[in-house]
Design a protein around this ligand. Sequence first.
Ligand code: MG
Length: 270
Amino acid sequence: MAIQIKTLDQLKLMRKAGLVVGQTLELMCNAVAPGITTNDLNNIAIKNLAANGAKSNFLNYHGFPAVICASVNDAIVHGIPNDLPIKDGDIVSIDFGAIIEGWHGDAALSVIAGTKDPDDQKLLDTCEESMWQGIAAGKVGANLTDISFAIEDYIRSQGKYGILREYGGHGIGTEMHQEPHVLNFGAAGMGPELKPGIALAIEPMITRGSAKTKVLADEWTVVSQDGSRGAHFEHSFALLPDGKPFVLTAIDGGAAKLAKFDLEISDLLQ
Ligand code: MG
């Protein structure tokens, strides 16, 4: 399938969905503390979807039973919420999406409950910054894998982290997962040229050990084979008709983070 190019009006709807995603993730992130369960987080998300007239794109996706993915410690992505209390020092990775009027938003973050181990914090900081490096590389006229290269290059500059290879970013629009697949590693300068109207979810997934993963018997939860802890950050961003970026799932549209790359966000969605 070709890459779906969105009109400004369609991107306005994607911004609505993205803002619900960003605000709900912030609510869940602020609620993470020792003792809370991932089902509690899922319930926060269910309530906030309803309050905003949004639908879940995760619930029933290939049979997935919740509106968030919640992955703890050596689980990196696709974890199913449960009633186990989060413990002090746990890494909680939350992935969440929403649909407004048929248009999708998708984002994720990792957060540490309570006491923060410095090496875990660096894992999270590295993963988050690599996502921003990827978004900043996704300029009009660049090639798709310029994003992939920027993500990997930053992660490698920070230490020995495992970069998951089986999972990556994706186009997003009238479906949550569209063409193109966005690798989190590889050489620059390949793949389609990025044009105004494109929307991509950028989502690096890394571990403190090996990149090798396995899927648990629940058929969803992706854990590191060596038991090392993982992190996952994701934002959906678009290139607007004025050629400027806008991070659809960031509450400020990505203004603060992209300013560090001397990038101005579009004012067409503000
Ligand atoms: Mg995604």
